[in-house]
Design a binder for this molecule. Sequence first.
Ligand SMILES: Nc1ncnc2c1ncn2[C@@H]1O[C@H](COP(=O)(O)OP(=O)(O)OP(=O)(O)O)[C@@H](O)[C@H]1O
Length: 709
Amino acid sequence: MDPLRLLSRSAKATRKTDKKQNQSTPSAGQRAQPQLPPIVNQPLDNRTTASRKRKRVQDVPSVSDDQLTGLDFFAGHGATRMRVKASAPAQISDSESSKKVAGSQHAEDARDTPLTTKTISSEEIRAILKQHKLKVTWLNPSSPQEKVKRKGKEGSKAKTEKSQLHPQPLCSFRELGERYAIPKRMAANIHDQGYATPTEVQLGALPLLLDSPSLYLQPAAGAADVPPHNSDGVDLLTVAPTGSGKTLAFMIPLVHKISQERRTDETLARMTSAIVLAPTKELAGQIVNEGRKLASGTKIKVTQLRKGMRLASGGTQQAGDEAGPPIVKTDIIVGTPGLLHNMLEEEDELKQMSLKGVRHLVLDEADVLLDPLFREQTLAIWNSLSNPDLRVSLWSATMGSNIEELARSTIHTRRDALGAGSGDVQEAPLVRLVVGLKDSAVPNVEHRLVYAATEQGKLMGLRQLLHPAASSGDTGAPLLPPFLVFTQTIERAIALHSELLYDIPAEAGGISRIAVLHSDLSDTVRESVMTRFRKGDIWVLITTDLLSRGVDFRGVNGVVNYDIPTSSAAYVHRVGRTGRAGREGGVAVTLYSKEDIPYLKHVATVVAMAQKQKGTSSGEGMQQWLLDALPTLSKPEKQKLKKRGIESRTKRGKEADPKSARRARISSKAGFIRKSENNRRSAILGSQRRQQADLANDAGDETDFGGFD
Ligand SMILES: Nc1ncnc2c1ncn2[C@@H]1O[C@H](COP(=O)(O)OP(=O)(O)OP(=O)(O)O)[C@@H](O)[C@H]1O
C-alpha cells in the first residue's frame, strides 16, 4: 500500500468541514462558553448521565477581550462588554443584573448574599466530576491506591475505584468568597474580568488547593486504616487541555494563600512567598499580566524576574546592599528557570536567604521544565527552596508518567534531605488531577493533514492558505488571519519569513502584516512583535516552538505546522494556540512532505483522537486503516526525533547530508535560477575584489615610490 496516496486521500476526508470557518472563528469576538455547562441550579437527574453529550452554554458571561493589553482587533469591545453583563443571569441574581452593579460592588455583595449553592451530597459530587471528566487521584505511598497494589491481585477496577478522590467541585466563582473567603478585591477583579463560570480545570483544582486536604482525603471504603493527613495544602499534578484556564487555577490560590499568610505572620511580608516557573519569557510575562489583574488592590505584588534583579531577603538590609542593582520586594516572582538558576549560581548568602520564605512553587508547562532541556535548572531551583512547608504544583496539557515519577521522587528526596536536618518535615498529600482525555488535542479545533509532497509544495500550500482569493485546493479553505506558522528551526523561520514577506499586498499593510519571532531576537523586539500581534497589526506570525507553550493569543484563527511537530505533545501544544477557552472555529493545518511520512504517525494519532472526541461521523476524519499504514517509530527513534527534529532541516543535517539539506531548503525558486543567481553574485563579488586589489596596488605603487636615483 502506498502511504502517499492514502494520506492525500485523508486530506479530502477531513475537508468537508471547510465551510464552517466562515460562520464562526475564534477571532469573531466573544467565545461562546467557558467549557462548562450550568450545574448549580439543575436537578441532579439532568446531569448524572455520563454518556450524555455536554451541553454548550451559549449565554454565560465571559472574559472581555479588552482585558488583555491591546487585544483590540477581536470584535467591538463596547458591544462585547455589554453582552457580558446582559447575559449573566445564571450567576448574578435578578436584582443584581438589573442594577448592573460595578464589579467591586458585586463582589462586596457576593459576601453578604446567602449561598446559592447548597452543600451537595457525595453522589452529586461524583456525578459532577464524572460529567466534567475530572479524575482526582491520590498518589502518596500510603494512599489506598498503593495499599491495593501491595495487597496484590484485586482486579484493576477495584484498584481504580479505591484511588479516586471526590472533592466538592467549585461550580461558580461566587463560591470563592462564600466557601473560602478570598480577598474581596480579588473576587471583584475576577468579576470585573468577566469570569463567571469556572472552567473544568478550575472547577476541580481550586477546591483541591483552597480546601483543607482533610476534607477530601477520606480513605476509600476498604482502606479505613489510612492515617489522616492534617497537612496544610497538597502537592498537585494537573493535566488539563490547552486554553482551559490553568493560569487562573493556580493564581487564585496563590494570591489567596499569600494574603492569608501575611495576615498571620508579619515577617513574611518582606519576603518572596511564591515562585512560578515558565519555559519562556513570553509566557512568564503573560502570567505576570494575569496575576497582576487578579491581585490588583490586594497588596500582593507579582513581578517578572529580570536579569540582574535582586530579591529582598526579608531581614534588615545589610551594609553594602546599596551597591549593585536595586533590591526587589515582591510576593510572587515569575521567571524562566535559566534566569533564576543563574541568579542562584552567582549566589551569595543574601540570595540564599531571599528564597527561604518561598512556600509555593508552581511549574507551568511542567513537562518541558522537567524535560532534559530545563531539568537540571528546574531541579536545582526546586531543591534550593529550603522552606519545610513548601507546596509544589505542576501544570500542563501533557504529562508523561516519567514526569510524574520525577516529581514524586524529587518531593521525596527533598523532604528526606530537609528532614535529616530538622526532623520535622511533614509529608504533604500528593494528588493528581486529570481533566478530560490525557495528552489530547482540543476537539473544538478542525484538524487538517495536508500532503504537499515537497518543500516547494509546502510553500505553495501555505500561500494557498494565506491568500483569501485562493480556491479551496488541497489545503482546504484559506485561513483567516491572524494565524501562527510553526517551523522546526530559527533559520527556517527566518527563511520562510523572507519568502512570504511580499505576499500581503501593500494596500492591506504589506510587509508590516507578517513577522517572525524567535529566541535569537532581542527582548525588546520580541516584546514588540508580541504586542503588535496581540493588537492585530501582524496577521501572520512565523515562529518556532518558542510560542507553542502556554502563550494565550485569544483570537488566533489558525495554526499552520509548516514543519511537522517532533512529538505528539508538541502537536497538542502548537494547535492549542487556537480554540482557546472553548472557542469554536479554529483550524490547525499540518503540511507534510514525502520526507515527513516516517514521522507522521504521532500527529495522525492525536488528530484521530481529537476527531473521535468531537464525534466525527464514520467515513469522515482520520481512518484507522490509514493510521495502520503509517510507519511506527521505535522508542529511540522517537527520542531522537524529539531531541533533534528532522535531521535535514538542521545545521548538523546540512553538514552530514548537503544534498537532502538542499532539498529541504525553503525557497520557491527553481534550482537553475538559484544557481545562475549564485554565479552572478560570485562574479560581482570577484570583480569587486579584483577592483579593490588593483586600487591597493596602485596606492602601494604610489607610497612605495622612493624618488629618483
Ligand atoms: N473561567 C473562565 N471563563 C472564561 N474564560 C476563561 C476562564 N478562565 C480562563 N479563561 C480564559 O481562557 C484563556 C486561556 O487561559 P490560560 O492561558 O490560563 O489557559 P491554559 O490552560 O494555561 O492554556 P495552555 O495549556 O495553553 O497554557 C485565557 O484567555 C483566559 O482569560
